[in-house]
Design a binder for this molecule. Structure first.
Ligand code: B12
Ligand code: SF4
Length: 551
């Protein structure tokens, strides 16, 4: 039998290990019989006496966002919760300069490594993940390489066309990856497992049936000690001082056509319990001094009762922390003033609300259930509370015309007028992403969907415009709106850090705001120097990557 999904060298190594399977080497996890024997002899069950086998998990850089934030690699930590302590789990974050030394240390004993796993979003992360996977394959051909996360889940076959990828974990990684690791460690053929993809003996990708969604209520606490936590404290991309990621729920019941949720979570939502979210927050606050949290849950307010119970629990716990969350307007506009006051008291300092366009016609196309009059009413109400709001907008939609762009510009300026607390997310150019209905719309309008993993690596909002045929000569307009929108409100003040460079940015941002708003309103691309600010940021980022030895 040939090992599925293993590239040639790795397959040879797998077969060699399979032959030796009867006597697992010291340091390897034990099969059930050995585990029983180990329990009898008083050894730690499931582990040999020597060092446990290693699973190495890699977080590649994300792209431009690395200039302002380093969120914890939550996806990797989530899968690690079922591996540790049975295995030695090493999480390597390539956004930090020491990643290569840490990888070298792991590779000093490649035979101890059961597999290497990468987390991969669509966009820049793919480039770094593939480059590192190829290097790993060259240096340690016996180590099976696994890709997981949103992009490989949505396009498993295409991901497997990359020779350096042996397996894809499809969907929630917790149990599927645990089973795959066990199979690899015990030299079993993983072909029978659900929730994975591999290449068969002939090299054809095989995607096994998807697993049932992971029951998040059963999830044990994350093994935070696997990370060097102080590195992740501080500024975040959420326009907020500190916004440490804590999971609050998975999926979303809404049907927005551009969102990964329909392909990945299939319109379902799985909430963590209030107790579980609070437990993570309390632990992080008490033991690691974290004071600001971002509750990752695309539908946090869909169950109003749970959201308010969470707020009450925070008030009762008296931790004095701040938190922020994402919200759908239709869910939060029902909240009463007393409920907003409770949320305010609980430390809710930020809300991120998806609006997406100022045009009712476009909103209908996107199946976004936002009504502009209700949005304006909400905006007036929320101003009474000490809660900041960031509205998310995009432009460059297939159906955007002069009128709809004008409606979006007007709405952004109206919502943010005369306040430091209300902001819009930069107006990124809408990107057709895998697994979305919008990608189908885009194809019907002449968009060429990438056919390789590598081609998807160019899909980030800063570099997508050239690929969207419907933008035509208006590309410059949409790029101008994207870059200028960074400066039309108080964003620079929130994003800039306390370094001398950050202080200059903050000061320049305040000075420039009226002019940026004027440019934005009048769609003026003349003397468009904002773009160079981002070119400079990109240049600084490239230098940093080079210094970190990430290609
Ligand atoms: C935090 C976050 C970020 C962070 C970085 C996240 C990271 N992983 O590095 C920052 C702020 C930097 C960021 C940036 C961007 N993001 Co973002 N972000 C998120 C957010 C809010 C939470 C991610 C998270 O931690 N989820 C919780 C964890 C537990 O889920 P998970 O990562 O999916 O992991 C599970 C599985 O996927 C799997 N898994 C994941 N990794 C691995 C690895 C292995 C080995 C295995 C086996 C399994 C596995 O197992 C995990 C547990 O079940 C999501 C929204 C969401 N609901 O997920 C958007 C989201 C991921 N972002 C998205 C986007 C579009 C962006 C941006 C392009 C935004 C923008 N407009 O500029 C940029 C990326 C820029 C670029 N491409 O160059 C999209 C991604 C769509 C896609 N096709 O990839 C999402 C889904 C938002 C959305 N609704 O569309 N983002
Ligand atoms: S409400 Fe937000 S998370 Fe839900 S489908 Fe729409 S865009 Fe996606």
């Amino acid at each position: 039998m040939t090992a599925p999904g293993l590239a040639a060298d790795a397959a040879v190594a797998w077969q060699r290990r399979s032959r030796d399977a009867a006597a697992p080497p010291a340091g390897r996890p034990l099969g059930p019989d050995h585990a029983r024997a180990a329990a009898l002899t008083g050894e730690h069950p499931g582990r040999a006496a020597a060092a446990p086998a290693t699973i190495v998990l890699l977080q590649p850089p994300v792209g431009m966002f690395d200039t302002i934030t380093r969120n914890i690699p939550l996806g990797l930590l989530a899968v690690a919760r079922y591996l540790h302590p049975r295995y030695r789990v090493v999480i390597i974050d390539q956004r930090f300069a020491d990643w290569r030394a840490r990888l070298d240390a792991v590779l000093a004993d490649p035979a101890a490594v059961v597999c290497a796993g990468f987390t991969v979003l669509t966009g820049t992360q793919i480039r770094f993940a593939v480059a590192t996977a190829r290097e790993l394959r060259r240096r340690a051909p016996s180590i099976p390489i696994v890709f997981g996360g949103i992009h490989p889940t949505l396009l498993p076959e295409q991901t497997l066309a990359e020779p350096a990828v042996d397996y894809v974990v499809v969907g929630d990684g917790e149990l599927a990856f645990r089973d795959l690791v066990e199979a690899l460690a015990e030299r079993r053929d993983p072909a029978a497992l659900s929730g994975i993809a591999y290449r068969d003996a002939g090299g054809t990708p095989v995607v096994t049936p998807r697993r049932e969604a992971f029951d998040v209520r059963a999830a044990p606490r994350l093994p935070y000690h696997l990370l060097d936590l102080p590195r992740y404290l501080g500024r975040s991309a959420q326009n907020h001082g500190e916004a440490f990621l804590v999971e609050g729920g998975r999926g979303c019941v809404h049907h927005c056509t551009f969102c990964f949720n329909s392909g990945f979570h299939r319109h379902t939502w799985r909430p963590f319990t209030v107790a579980a979210i609070l437990d993570q927050i309390t632990h992080l606050n008490r033991h690691h001094g974290v004071r600001g949290f971002f509750v990752v849950d695309d539908s946090f307010f869909i169950d109003r009762r749970r959201a308010l119970d969470f707020a009450q629990a925070l008030v009762d716990a008296g931790l004095g922390i701040e938190w922020c969350a994402e919200a759908n307007l239709s869910d939060i506009q029902r909240l009463r003033d007393a409920e907003w006051r409770l949320l305010e008291r609980s430390g809710l300092s930020w809300l991120s609300v998806g609006v997406e366009s100022g045009s009712p016609r476009i909103l209908k196309r996107l199946r976004k259930n936002v009504r502009i009059p209700q949005l304006l009413e909400f905006n007036r109400r929320i101003a009474r509370f000490d809660i900041r709001v960031r509205y998310n907008f995009m432009t460059g939609y297939i159906w955007d015309d002069d009128a709809s762009v004008g409606e979006t510009i007007d709405l952004c300026l109206k919502l943010t007028a005369g306040t430091q607390r209300i902001m819009v997310q930069p107006l990124y150019i809408s990107t057709p992403l895998p697994g979305t209905e919008y990608l189908g719309d885009a194809e019907r309008h002449g968009f060429e969907t990438p056919t390789t993993l590598a081609a998807w690596s160019e899909f980030d909002p800063f570099h997508i415009a050239g690929r969207l045929p419907w933008l035509g000569r208006r590309r410059a307009l949409f790029e101008m709106l994207m870059y200028t929108s960074f400066f039309i409100d108080a964003k620079p003040a929130y994003h800039a850090n306390d370094s001398p460079y950050g202080r200059v940015i903050r000061w320049l941002g305040r000075l420039y705001r009226p002019l940026a708003r004027w440019r934005f309103r009048h769609r003026c691309s003349w003397l468009f120097f904002e773009k160079y600010y981002f070119r400079l940021a990109e240049w600084r980022l490239r230098r940093r990557y080079r210094a970190h030895h990430v290609r």
